[in-house]
Design a protein around this ligand. Structure first.
Ligand SMILES: [Mg+2]
Length: 260
C-alpha cells in the first residue's frame, strides 16, 4: 500500500524560477489524499527552511520539516560522526545547517564540500588538498558533476570533490542523490517502510537511480532537466509521466500503486 511520496524539487515543482504547470495543485491533492510527503533535493546552497520558504512563496503547501536538502542531510551524517571540527565549503543558507559544529579552516577533521561558488579558487582548493594529504576526511554534499538548473551548464559539487579525491588520492563519502542517505532520512521521517513509498523525480541518474539502489519504486517526470534519451540506459522507473499533475491520476489508476 502506498503511503508516502518523496518528491524531487528542482525540475519537478519549479524550474529556473518558474513554478511548473499543475505542480501546486498536485501537491495539494496528494496532501488531501493523506500521503506523507518529503521533498528531497541535492541543493547545498539552501537550508531546509529557506527552500521551504521559497516553495511556500510559490504557492506550495510545504513545511521546513518536510524538506531534505543535501546540506541538511550532510549535517545529519556529520552529526553521527561527532567531528571535532570541520571546514564547510558552502555558501548562503546551506551553511546555516552546520551552525552547531566547530568550524576550522586551519586543521579540520572533516572537509565538507558543497557549492562554494567563487571561493572554489587556487587558494582554497590548494588549502583543501594539503589538509587532505595531512589526514583530513572528505565529504561531498552531492555527487552531481554538472548543474543545468540555471540554464547554463556549470561545474557542480561532485566535480570539485572528484578533483580533490584524485589529487589527494583519497576517497570521499558522498551524501546526496543517488546515494541512499537522504532517502533513508526521508523514510525514517515519515515512519514508513520501503514498500510504502515512491520517489518522483526528473533525473534518471539521480532520482530514479537512487530510488532503485535504495529499493523503492520510482516515477520519472518528463519536466525540468529530463532529456530525450535519458531512458536509454539500464535504469528504469516504474512509471513515466509528462508532469507532476499526472501523478494523482497515475496513483489512482495504475495497479502498481494501490491507493492508501
Ligand atoms: Mg530535479
Amino acid at each position: 500500500m502506498l503511503r508516502g511520496i518523496i518528491i524531487d524539487v528542482d525540475g519537478v515543482l519549479d524550474f529556473r524560477g518558474e513554478v511548473l504547470p499543475g505542480a501546486t495543485d498536485a501537491v495539494a491533492t496528494l496532501r488531501r489524499s493523506g500521503f506523507a510527503l518529503r521533498f528531497l533535493t541535492n541543493s547545498t546552497l539552501h537550508s531546509r527552511r529557506s527552500r521551504a520558504a521559497k516553495l511556500v512563496a510559490e504557492g506550495f503547501d510545504v513545511s521546513p520539516e518536510e524538506v531534505i536538502t543535501a546540506s541538511y542531510a550532510t549535517a545529519r551524517y556529520l552529526e553521527q560522526r561527532q567531528p571535532t571540527s570541520c571546514w564547510i565549503m558552502t555558501e548562503d543558507e546551506g551553511l546555516s545547517e552546520f551552525s552547531t559544529f566547530r568550524h576550522d579552516m586551519e586543521d579540520p577533521e572533516y572537509i565538507v564540500v558543497g557549492d562554494y561558488r567563487n571561493r572554489f579558487d587556487f587558494r582554497h582548493l590548494n588549502r583543501a588538498l594539503r589538509l587532505l594529504l595531512n589526514g583530513a576526511k572528505l565529504i561531498g554534499m552531492n555527487p552531481d558533476l554538472v548543474d543545468r538548473s540555471t540554464g547554463e551548464v556549470e561545474l557542480n559539487v561532485g566535480a570539485w570533490v572528484r578533483l580533490l579525491e584524485a589529487a589527494a588520492c583519497v576517497q570521499a563519502v558522498h551524501i546526496g542523490k543517488p546515494q541512499p542517505f537522504g532517502f533513508a532520512l526521508a523514510l525514517a521521517g515519515m515512519g514508513l517502510r520501503k514498500k510504502d513509498v515512491v520517489m518522483v523525480g526528473d533525473r534518471v541518474d539521480s532520482d530514479i537511480k537512487g530510488a532503485q539502489r535504495f529499493g523503492i519504486r520510482s516515477v520519472l517526470v518528463k519536466t525540468g532537466e529530463y532529456e530525450t534519451g535519458d531512458l536509454s540506459g539500464s535504469v528504469e522507473p516504474d512509471a513515466v509521466i509528462d508532469s507532476l499533475g499526472e501523478l494523482v491520476p497515475l496513483l489512482e489508476t495504475s495497479p502498481l500503486f494501490a491507493t492508501p
